[in-house]
Design a protein around this ligand. Structure first.
Ligand code: FAD
Length: 457
């Protein structure tokens, strides 16, 4: 339903005519969950440039009881940014760097700054923003914080939230709150900053964040190992963890993923393929070389092939790793890829059972992911033009969530609950914990206007 012309005029007064879209905004109605057949609807899109504008828009929506879906880069895999009526509030025009103190290793940026832009800016001063989620060119810092995004190097450096020291956010009522700041320690109140991290736009709209940075490690040296199967590969992963070696990244790709993507590898494999483990050593040049040797040692048992990329091969290897998702999609034109996480000792079971679930639903299946964090992208390949196949993949995903919780894991280690996994939280949390979620939602958003139907339905 289109918004009333009075409300449209209110938005135009607040943010300007060019920042209120009432037609032709189809691109704002979906995100990367569109492969699951999800598409939303909205009455308008509003694109504020300042926190004051965000506050004004939220206040107007609160008065008119209009739903608001915050949107970053729209790269989410769980449908979190897919609107279900009301307005989409896009943060893409909030791109200012509010302060940058390279000598103190900290920066304050607005929510719409893209992840890669932030990483590039830090790097120009010899600094690193460690979180490295895949879609860095398009995703925004606000979206990364709202989903607590991680990536391959989360194993050593933690997910986005670990690097957030403070947030500015706007509550559904339009009130602006600041929690934390350019502080390294703060135990004065409840940890509201961490509550907003990963809240998927259901509690407040994040407008700005104080982030901490570290010096770029002098050297980063990956190693690649290939094994006959998941048993040997997972034993090697446990050997690395058990040896106490602090790898920066510890990734796996099963045989089917390696088969689908190996043509693009920066080196020809000697064997036909296998279960791949990638680990990375970083630090000073000397420390990284020593750690790489130790990693090669820890990974050597049962390995069919070991490879230590050098020079330009290193960046090429990580580019290839990023391209794996596309190579898997290309197999059948579409895929449903989940992000369950399990305790590390259950990783092999989760990988093997993913294949069993796929077989049960007559689907081709594969998995890859952040082995050190027990986080797998269990994937069902589909023909996007076949709705019946999509139904089977959705049913397989439900079995996968049950598997994750039965193994003591989580239905989402990375992408969040969003719309796609609405209701699945109950598989994982007991009644009391669900009750706390609902009570928290009520305090922040008593009219249930912010991103309705997501996270805590
Ligand atoms: C190719 C590819 C690779 C990916 N790799 C990874 C990966 O390695 N690790 C990983 O964790 N994810 C990954 N993702 C998923 C996605 O990129 C991340 O979840 C990302 O952090 C989402 O950011 P976004 O700006 O696109 O947010 P959106 O998709 O726009 O939104 C995501 C959620 O955050 C909320 N939100 C967005 N901005 C704000 C804000 N300012 N205030 C409040 N709420 C907000 C939205 O309402 C929604 O619920 C990948 C996606 C793709 C397409």
């Amino acid at each position: 339903m289109p918004i009333s012309s009075r409300l449209r005029d209110t938005f135009v007064d607040l943010v300007g005519g060019d920042a209120v879209l009432t037609t032709g905004f189809g691109g704002y109605l979906t995100d990367e969950a569109q492969t699951s057949g999800l598409r939303g609807h909205a009455d308008a899109v509003v694109l504020p440039r300042t926190t004051t504008e965000v506050a004004g828009v939220l206040r107007a929506c609160y008065e008119h009881e209009l739903a608001v879906t915050p949107r970053g880069g729209g790269t989410g895999y769980s449908g979190g940014a897919i609107p279900r009526g009301g307005i989409v509030l896009g943060l893409e025009r909030m791109t200012k760097v509010r302060s940058f103190d390279p000598l103190l290793w900290r920066i304050q940026v607005e929510a719409g700054v893209r992840t890669q832009a932030l990483r590039n800016l830090a790097r120009e001063s010899g600094l690193l923003f460690p979180p490295d989620p895949g879609a860095a060119e398009s995703s925004q810092i606000g979206g990364n914080i709202a989903t607590n995004a991680g990536g391959p190097h989360t194993f050593k450096y933690g997910a986005t939230g670990r690097w957030v020291t403070g947030l500015e956010a706007v509550l559904p009522s339009g009130d602006v709150v600041e929690v934390g700041g350019p502080l390294r320690k703060d135990v004065a109140g409840y940890d509201l900053k961490s509550l907003l991290v990963g809240s998927e736009g259901t509690l407040a709209v994040i407008t700005s964040a104080w982030l901490s940075l570290i010096p770029v490690p002098e050297a980063a040296l990956p190693v690649v190992a290939l094994y006959p199967g998941s048993r040997e590969g997972c034993a090697a992963i446990e050997a690395v963890i058990g040896s106490g070696l602090q790898a920066a990244a510890l990734e796996f790709l099963d045989e089917r993923v390696v088969g689908a993507a190996k043509a693009g590898l920066p080196r020809r494999l000697a064997s036909a393929g296998g279960f791949m483990v990638i680990a990375e050593a970083d630090g000073s040049v000397e420390d990284a070389h020593r750690l790489r040797d130790d990693l090669l040692d820890a990974l050597s048992e049962d390995a069919k092939e070991l490879w230590a990329p050098e020079g330009s091969e290193i960046a090429a290897l990580w580019r290839w790793r990023e391209s794996v998702s596309g190579a898997v999609t290309a197999q059948r034109g579409g895929k449903l890829s989940e992000d369950i996480a399990v305790p590390i000792g259950r990783l092999q079971e989760a990988i093997d059972q993913t294949v069993v679930i796929g077989r049960r639903h007559r689907l081709e299946t594969c998995s890859w992911g952040h082995a050190g964090d027990g986080n797998l992208h269990s994937t069902f390949l589909i023909d996007p033009a076949d709705p019946e196949e999509l139904d089977r993949a959705n049913a397989a995903s439900k079995d996968l969530f049950a598997l994750a919780t039965n193994l003591g894991g989580t239905v989402s280690g990375e992408h969040g609950i969003g719309l796609l996994k609405a209701g699945q939280l109950r598989l994982q949390w007991g009644e009391s914990a669900i009750g706390l979620h609902e009570a928290i939602k009520e305090v922040f958003d008593p009219k249930r206007l912010l991103n309705p139907g997501k996270k805590v339905p």
